[in-house]
Structure formats: structure tokens, C-alpha cells
Design a protein around this ligand. Sequence first.
Ligand SMILES: CC(C)(COP(=O)(O)OP(=O)(O)OC[C@H]1O[C@@H](n2cnc3c(N)ncnc32)[C@H](O)[C@@H]1OP(=O)(O)O)[C@@H](O)C(=O)NCCC(=O)NCCS
Length: 150
Amino acid sequence: MTDLRLEELSAATAAAANSLTLKPGQEQFVQPTTYGVAESDVKPSASWPRVVLDGDEVVGLIIGSFDAENPQEELQACIWRVNVSATAQGRGIGRFAVHGLADEARSRGFERLTVVYEPGEGSPEDFFRAVGFDVVRETQYGDHFAVLSL
Ligand SMILES: CC(C)(COP(=O)(O)OP(=O)(O)OC[C@H]1O[C@@H](n2cnc3c(N)ncnc32)[C@H](O)[C@@H]1OP(=O)(O)O)[C@@H](O)C(=O)NCCC(=O)NCCS
């Protein structure tokens, strides 16, 4: 864990990033309903996809989305997806990925980073709280909308 870095998703890393294996029960939290419904409102050009590499191994994926003009506040500067391989979880990789995205958001002039996730048993809620997000409301689909001040 001495050599963590973020790299732009590429042809060389896409297969590994798409086949990261999560822990049992986590798959249902990967895409909350609110994001599923909003998917067509996200511009491809807004996407900021990065893999987390530990040495040569892909251990995580984070996809941000930046679209300051988007009328939906959930889609202006958000974590669209963050996954860490089951065998690499609990070692600070998710936190490292979120910090990388937060740095990018700050450099683009955003004052906050947001995330939407489904609450419940096995949800990433405690992770987002641990890295500094506060839940500010529920979406119309019952997901939690949380904000990290930058
Ligand atoms: C959520 C996820 C990305 C966390 O990645 P991770 O690498 O295990 O997280 P980290 O090791 O960086 O943990 C950072 C902090 O969160 C806490 N944390 C992480 N997962 C937690 C959990 N399930 N329950 C309680 N605390 C948790 C850690 O204890 C740590 O806190 P600390 O620094 O105060 O000790 C990972 O569990 C995952 O891929 N989940 C499945 C996909 C998912 O739900 N993604 C979010 C969709 S929006």
C-alpha cells in the first residue's frame, strides 16, 4: 500500500476496472435509483473516470462528474461511482480515491462535492460519513444526498 495512485481510465485498465469484485451484498449499492434515473442527464464530457492503482494492480475505480450548469444539484460536482475491490477494502483506498476527486473538484472551483447513495444494511453510508460527508436530505427515491465541503 505504499504506491497508491490515481490514473485516468484507459484501454489498458478498463477490463480490470469493470471486473472489480465487491463483497457479497454490495453490488446493489453501486448505482442508486436516483443516479439510474438521471443517467441520461449526465453529459459524457462531464465524466472524470479514474482507476486506483496499487503498484500495477487496479484496486479501485472512482467516477466523478462535473457539470456546474446542470439544473440538478446532484449532478453538478459529484461522485458518480466508487468501488474498491473486496480484497483491498478497509485499507484507505476509498478515502484516497475520494480525496483525489475532491482535489480535482477544488481545482475546478467547486466548493462542495456531493454523493447520492442508497441507505440500509451494507450501504456505504458509514464510509461517506467517515470521509466527511454530511447527509442533507433524501431524494425522491429515498436515497441519501450527502455533501462534503471543500
Ligand atoms: C464504500 C467503499 C468504496 C469503501 O472503500 P474502502 O477502501 O473500504 O474504504 P476506506 O478503507 O478508505 O475507509 C475509509 C473510512 O471509512 C470507514 N468505512 C469504510 N467502509 C465502512 C463500512 N462498511 N462500515 C463502516 N465504516 C466503513 C473506514 O473504517 C475508514 O474510517 P477511518 O478512516 O475513520 O478508520 C467500498 O466498501 C466499496 O467499494 N463498496 C461497494 C460499492 C459502493 O457501495 N460504492 C458506493 C456507491 S455510491
